[in-house]
Design a protein around this ligand. Sequence first.
Ligand code: HEC
Length: 137
Amino acid sequence: MKRSIILSAFFSASILAGTAHGMEMTAGQIEYKQACASCHGVSGKGDGPVSTYMSKPVPDLTQIRARNDGVFPFQDLLELVDGRLSERQPGPHGTEMPVWGERYAFGDGVDDPVEAEINTLGRMASLIYYLHSLQEE
Ligand code: HEC
């Protein structure tokens, strides 16, 4: 009983805004549009307006599973987008890809460090679920 209340609270919190056409956007989609689309493009193809200023090509995020032999590497992506465990992820960390774990942890005005960390991980997890929904193959 308690669990279903918690689950339904989580579920309703993950569906935030409605669009003009009545389509609902997920939390991950909202985060993506705000934080990622400038470089990776609204479609995820790596063609956002800021991508032309990057010294490296901005990867196509709709092909992550295809590039990884049909496996969507949820954990690796979470750590990569987080970026705080830098020694475990050479890739984008340290390049022009921002360290999202730091931005989210210090950027949302929550004083309690545990609550801030839960918010940070939740925002990143919602993003990775959204990236999962973008996979084309
Ligand atoms: C300022 C531009 C910029 C923004 C904003 C940005 N990225 Fe990136 N991202 C990059 C660049 C550049 C790379 C490639 C870096 C490299 O190859 O070293 C990259 C790489 C990645 C990768 C690795 C893809 C792969 O298969 O190699 C993922 C996943 C990713 N970004 C997700 C995100 C997410 C999620 C967000 C939003 C929270 C985001 N990015 C925001 C520039 C950006």
